[in-house]
Design a protein. Sequence first.
Length: 323
Amino acid sequence: MVGRSGSSFPPSAATLSGLFAASQGKNADIRDLMLAGPFWGNVDEVISDEQNFYIPTPRNYLVKDGKIVDKLSWNNEKEAWLNQQDKTPTDKYESNTWLAINDWEKPKEIKKNPWRFLAHLHPRLEQDERHVIRNHQEQGSLFLENSVQMETGTCLVYLSNTKLEPGWYRFGGEGHLVDVRCEPIGNAIASFFQQPIENNFALITPAVWGSNRLSQREPVYLEKRDQAFYEQPEPESQEKNVWKLKALFTERPIPFRYRLGGKGETKLLSRGRYAVPAGTVYVLEKPINQPWQDWDVNWFPQEGPSLKRWGFGLALPLASTGN
């Protein structure tokens, strides 16, 4: 049996941007495109007037059996994440959970991934008959394919500033198709994302920080932004942290890479990077006092487009997590 090492689901916003480019043809101009995700929701709730969908749970919320059983806050004196009893929990808790965006300020129900991975064993058949290949010295007669099955009535959700015409689109390899539908962002959701980020916030999408040479856990100022700088980067002393970080609650970074395109059969790949996972909680010494969409584009690495285009580091404010 073959494992699912390296598999990635749901598709990243960078992957989805290729669908926008392909839908508009060779003359597509998507320089102003901005996306964010992935999220998911129940179809009926996504298209309803209240418009609800699910985003990653902040990692300082400790979840067990679908409920938040504890919440950690940063203690300045002890320099540790402690619960309401000023203790560090040692139990095991669930990860990769989701919280309804309408419950962000007062968390209630927690959801698990609404999808599961299924393995399918496929035979390689003779060209002229439905029989496995008899002479399989060079290649086997069977191969394994891993697929993903979503629960009935659920869908993936992405935020975008560009409309995509509804319909069926080819998305992924082997002729996979997706049914795309665009809904306007409701006023409640739009105003929610316009809240300024202060000292305490959580990422709801992965974040790639740092330069093209090094991945960081927070954004850095880069002294130069021209192409020569990226081909021959300046010494590390030219990189300066944007934030004064007091505390961070996160897990191990996740690998991130995307296709840059290219002509012919050979396609270009971006440099391999590491991303801070969604749900990471930041506590800063000084507030940012800006919503995410107003953050300086120079905080985000750039290779081809700025990674802000794909909603990296999209954050929402949290109630105080420090004392």
